[in-house]
Design a protein around this ligand. Structure first.
Ligand code: COI
Length: 358
């Protein structure tokens, strides 16, 4: 159990008054959690401080070699006056799996969860009230050695910041258009694809920008070897409903093991669907589309929740999905999942954790 020292701000910021304009990750609360690691000493000095910039040496290793890992979670305000979190144990475990791949010292799962809960409780007034808004929680850790040698650092900083947020996409729950990237790749077997590390996202930005210039929200990545099998989308995992069955890429090292992804797989199975996690060729999706068998496509993610897809562009051809409106399953999954997350329905799965009374 961490002994967290709390120093409160003497200059609290004004909270956003118009929650319809929150956007995603633009406004930050009054405090942040910080803990440091030094070789030989381990993690030390857990504390909550007023939100402030870091002072870093220009030679800090993260700035040069990107030894960094992050997570994404949310805190929800329930109708019966509680602040809730969703499956924080899954994020704590994935954080450590990512740390292990990046040679960053892990954090005991209970300490990770305690740090998140303590910060959220202190910042509970920052959890927004409007429908579909939440407090986005961003834990991250980075190498902070002062020097240019390429090796695992000896000094790390772990930090958590929180941001009252609305929908990730400007479209909200409205279906998005996705560009299938067949030139650049995000990862390949043996690389860091399964880890939530900044480097994966850095490598994705060029394609994302090009897709946006063409009017697409994000890129759908294909496998890094054959450029043939679908893997994931920029900020979410992706699912296809074909002939009544649900398909998604298997998590075999190149795909982010999303917490929403695994929850949605379970919910689909509960609803009686067959869910196939495996290799799905983009050509087969195109064929299913042309033959009218591609019923729905949707992305899943903490930030994105459920994001229906209305169009896929692959090799210069646009594949329209359904009539362009939200599919029945996408809507049902969105409702079921968000009802659990916001405590509107009994949590029969043990996914919801109460942080505090609101
Ligand atoms: C999340 O869904 O929490 C993410 O981290 C995705 C993205 C905003 C990078």
């Amino acid at each position: 159990m961490l002994d967290i020292k709390i120093t409160k701000t003497t200059a609290p910021k004004a909270k956003p008054t118009d929650e319809s304009k929150l956007g995603f990750g633009k406004i930050f609360s009054d405090h942040m959690f910080v803990m440091e690691y030094d070789k030989g000493q381990g993690w030390h000095d857990p504390r909550i401080e007023p939100y402030h910039p870091f002072e870093l040496s220009p030679a800090s290793s993260v700035l040069h070699y990107a030894q960094e890992v992050f997570e994404g979670m949310k805190a929800y305000r329930s109708a019966d006056g509680k602040i809730l979190m969703f499956r924080p144990d899954c994020n704590a475990k994935r954080f450590n799996d990512s740390c292990d791949r990046l040679c960053i010292p892990t954090i005991p799962e209970e300490d990770f969860i305690q740090a998140c809960k303590t910060l959220v409780e202190l910042e509970k007034d920052w959890v927004p009230y409007a429908k579909d808004t939440s407090l986005y929680i961003r834990p991250f850790v980075f190498a902070a050695d002062d020097g240019l040698g390429v090796h695992a650092a000896h000094h790390y900083i772990f930090c958590i910041i929180v941001a009252p947020s609305g929908a990730y996409y400007a479209e909200g729950l409205a279906p998005v258009r996705i560009y299938v990237e067949d030139e650049y790749i995000r990862t390949a077997p043996g690389l860091t694809g399964f880890a939530k590390c900044g480097g994966n996202y850095a490598a994705s930005i060029k394609s994302g920008e090009l897709a946006q210039q063409l009017g697409y929200s994000q890129v759908l990545w294909l496998d890094g070897i054959e450029h043939k099998y679908v893997e994931e989308v920029g900020a979410m995992n992706i699912f296809f409903k074909i002939d009544g069955k649900i398909y998604t890429a298997a998590c075999t090292g190149t795909v982010l093991p999303g917490v929403t992804r695994r929850s949605v797989i379970e919910l689909c199975k509960d609803m009686g669907y067959e869910v196939i996690e495996g290799k799905i060729a983009v050509e087969d999706i195109g064929k299913a589309g042309e033959e009218g068998r591609l019923e729905e496509v949707f992305g899943t993610g903490t930030a994105a929740v459920i994001s229906p897809v209305k169009e896929l562009r692959y090799k210069g051809k646009d594949l329209k999905i359904g009539d362009g409106s939200i599919g029945e399953l996408s809507q049902k999954l969105y409702d079921t999942l968000t009802d659990i997350q916001w405590g509107r329905t009994p949590d029969t799965k043990g996914w919801v954790v109460t942080v505090c009374e609101a």
